[in-house]
Design a protein around this ligand. Structure first.
Ligand code: GLC
Length: 560
């Protein structure tokens, strides 16, 4: 791999860390997380090896969807700080080699956004056509409701102007009309603004919803949604050649592929730079529930290669429900039974509102194996704040807020999140077995056996083995009697200087012998990346690599 190319395409082996400023760290003692608090804790992220921060929405908002309902796309929520603080954050992060990206939420605005207030004031409003209106809701108005616990239709009646407006999410989030060229210009301005302030790109919220224009009537038709996305992407790259678009596209693989663009079949992406691997994530949970690697192995075999300059973004948990919407009903029931049997743990009929460690009953072996997989699988790993210390959830909170509790820095009741009275926090700190007295950064920093130390080792190793991010990967046959083992190899292409990494991950609570066959590696000595003190393993003359693994064991073996 050419090093300057690797530096240009920095996202290919980035470590992305997602956080909500509001729940991460309070710098001014008012009980609410803020940009200054984040800046004060930046060295935690640096030591972890994070190379890209993804900030969840920090814009002014009535906060009815945790900031995904925006009233000013050009501002910073005053509770979190100022644009000045944001620039200081970008600058401080840069100093540590970290880039900053942010959520771009332009499928909809808050119903309290001045554009919508104006639009609904009269049918003649200058902003009327920035939203999507109809005289009557269509027959399929209830189809595709995203939050079935709160909404029963995608169309809401507006009494004053006697028409219905489209909202694919909550009714307080009216959809913007991207078929309107003025709206498209405004979205470009928003992107341009934050790029100018130093952001290195965006996590694009709800991409397929944003591009959905079939419901738009009586307006200029959007030429082709993918042409539009390609235009936006080209605009962003003109403004900042290193900027990325990380897209939330939860669709089957072939449909998701369309969002990378690259319709000329070339190596570069011309739409999204990265797409989350929702399918692989869901199949991984099925594998965990079954103690059988096959569902995940199968997904990885089916997963199309992204364009050469693009990548899949891999993740274990995010800020939303752990969606299982792409599993069959029977498969979803298996995962529910294994990891969220109580109705209270489930949400929207399709997902779990839990974090990983409680789902795995706190089994450290299993938790470590899952994160080892996150860094060993081809893709750009995305970590949700608190995962690095094994935070749990608080099911007493509403819906998805269960996993959005304050970051746990130290053992005090306020978790070191803030010096203010905990009753003023955006939400309560987790209590019980996963409370700050048991799970916090301060204790884990000093403990070589902690999950945090394991994370650091994984991040270091992942960064030191570029074949993981850059190489070609192959799912291997783990050998007879080793169905519970996911075996894969990553090969960096260049002859002579190439590297091969064989990764083994065991999904069952048993001893097993993995025995993949690697004919061209016959006789080659492999070193253990995660445990340099371990005896090297030699591939047999028949090409068979025999590796015993304990319950939920994992190994990264490298030939270089
Ligand atoms: C995305 C976000 C989710 C939000 C929704 C509406 O799915 O991840 O948190 O509620 O978009 O903006």
């Amino acid at each position: 791999m050419n090093l300057s190319r690797a530096a240009d395409l920095w996202w290919k082996n980035a470590v992305v860390y997602c956080l909500d400023v509001e729940t991460f760290a309070d710098g001014n003692g008012d009980g609410c997380g803020d940009l200054r608090g984040l800046i004060q804790h930046i060295d935690h992220l640096d030591r972890l090896g994070v190379t890209c921060l993804w900030l969840m929405p920090f814009y002014p908002s009535p906060d009815r969807d945790d900031g995904y309902d925006i009233t000013d796309f050009y501002g910073v929520d005053p509770r979190l700080g100022t644009s000045g603080d944001l620039v200081e954050l970008v600058r401080t992060a840069r100093d540590r080699g970290m880039r900053v990206i942010a959520d771009l939420v332009v499928n909809h605005t808050s119903a309290q956004h001045p554009w919508f207030l104006d639009a609904r004031s009269s049918r003649d409003s200058r902003y009327r056509d920035w939203y999507v209106w109809r005289d009557e809701p269509p027959a399929d108005a209830a189809e595709g409701v995203v939050f079935p616990d709160q909404e029963s239709s995608l169309w809401e009646y507006d009494k004053k102007t006697k028409q219905y407006y489209l909202h694919q999410f909550y009714k307080h989030q009216p959809d913007l009309n991207v078929a309107n060229p003025e709206v498209r210009d405004e979205i470009a301005r928003i992107i341009g603004y934050w790029t100018q302030l130093g952001l290195s790109g965006f996590r694009v919220d709800a991409v397929p919803f944003l591009l959905e224009t079939e419901r738009v009537q009586d307006t200029v038709a959007l030429p082709d949604p993918h042409d539009y996305l390609a235009d936006l992407s080209a605009f962003l790259r003109r403004r900042n050649g290193e900027a990325v678009l990380l897209g939330e596209v939860n669709l089957p693989y072939p449909d998701t592929m369309a969002f990378f663009g690259a319709r000329d079949g070339g190596g570069s992406t011309d739409e999204l730079t990265m797409c989350f691997d929702f399918i692989g994530m869901q199949q991984m949970y099925l594998s965990l529930a079954r103690a059988d690697a096959e569902p995940l192995a199968d997904a990885l075999r089916q997963r199309p290669d992204p364009p050469e300059d693009g990548h899949w973004a891999t993740f274990v948990r995010n800020h939303d429900e752990l969606t299982l919407d792409k599993l069959t009903d029977a498969q979803r029931a298996e995962v529910f039974a294994a990891f969220g049997p109580d109705e209270d743990m489930q949400v929207y009929g399709r997902g779990l509102r839990r974090r990983l460690p409680p789902m795995l009953d706190g089994d450290a072996r299993r938790i470590r194996m899952v994160y080892s997989l996150l860094f060993a699988l081809p893709g750009t790993p995305v970590v949700f704040y608190g995962e690095e210390i094994g935070m749990g959830e608080n099911l007493a909170l509403d819906g998805r807020f269960a996993v959005r509790t304050p970051m746990q820095w130290s053992p005090e009741p306020g978790a070191g999140f803030s010096t203010a009275d905990p009753s003023t926090f955006p939400g309560p700190v987790v209590e019980g077995a996963y409370g700050p007295e048991h799970v916090n950064v301060r204790d884990q920093v000093r403990d070589h056996d902690s999950l945090l130390s394991w994370f650091r080792l994984l991040v270091d190793s992942y960064r030191a083995c570029p074949e993981l991010a850059w190489g070609a990967y192959t799912v291997l046959d783990p050998g007879p009697d080793a169905r519970a083992v996911l075996a894969h190899r990553c090969d960096s292409g260049e002859p002579g200087v190439g590297c091969t990494l064989i990764a083994l991950h065991h999904f069952a609570d048993a001893d097993v012998e993995a025995a993949p066959v690697l004919p061209e590696l016959a006789g080659v000595t492999l070193t253990d990346v995660l445990d340099p003190a371990a005896e090297p393993v030699v591939v047999g003359d028949d090409g068979r690599l025999t590796v015993p693994l304990g319950p939920y064991g994992c190994r990264w073996l490298r030939a270089s």
